[in-house]
Design a protein around this ligand. Sequence first.
Ligand SMILES: [Fe+2]
Ligand SMILES: [Fe+2]
Length: 153
Amino acid sequence: MEIILTQKERMLLEDQKSHEQICIEKYNNYANQVKDNQLKQICKANEQVERNHLNTINQLLSGKIPDINQQQNQNAGQNMNTTQSAASNLSDKDICSDLLMSEKYVSGAYDTTIFEFRDTNVRDVLNHIQKEEQKHGEAIFQYMESKGMYSVQ
Ligand SMILES: [Fe+2]
Ligand SMILES: [Fe+2]
């Protein structure tokens, strides 16, 4: 399916594209910095999903509406292990807090974007991504809670 984007829609997608690129970078860097292996795996898993998001946004920008269901595991098995980064001063808890804040922001940005789109199918695609951002936040929250890093009031 082909779509023609308005200028505003294109600008919003460009913003989401840069958010996805930053998410990929963060997860990739943090996977090499965290001390706990379970958290490392969460970072790696989320990074793969962010790569799918970036692909999806790029497809939308080129005027194509991707099939959400076909996208699943598109990048599974693709291991983008980059160079080991220098030791970080950030604790695992600090890293989790930063990731949680990022996911919350990106999810909110998708929400705003969705409301500006004319095409129902594009809205559905963006909504699917937003739901996955919330799942990333949930995985980090549950990890933090299980480690006593997050006290629920
Ligand atoms: Fe994403
Ligand atoms: Fe995410």
